[in-house]
Design a protein around this ligand. Structure first.
Ligand code: ZN
Ligand code: ZN
Length: 80
């Protein structure tokens, strides 16, 4: 997968914590590279939010979005 902001491709094999962050944007799981995170300190605001707890820590699992903040899952994230 490539960075959804600048299109850079993730190169290094993932060992341990990757500096790349995962984000769900418009129901799509995307990656954002360290450079873009640095360039936009508010990058977390680019992603969808959990409708229950407003967390941006979402991941896409088997077609639904799962919130890692409260643990709930939902089919689609509402657009704010
Ligand atoms: Zn980038
Ligand atoms: Zn939540």
């Amino acid at each position: 997968m490539a960075c959804f902001q600048c299109g850079a491709v993730q190169t290094d094999p993932v060992k341990g914590a990757s500096p790349w962050a995962r984000l769900v944007v418009k129901d799509e799981q995307v990656l954002i590279c360290p450079q873009c995170q640095h360039a936009n300190p508010d990058w977390k605001l680019l992603g969808d939010r959990c409708p229950y707890c407003a967390s941006s820590r979402l991941s896409k699992v088997m077609g639904s979005v799962v919130c890692r903040g409260c643990g709930r899952d939902f089919e689609r994230t509402p657009s704010f």
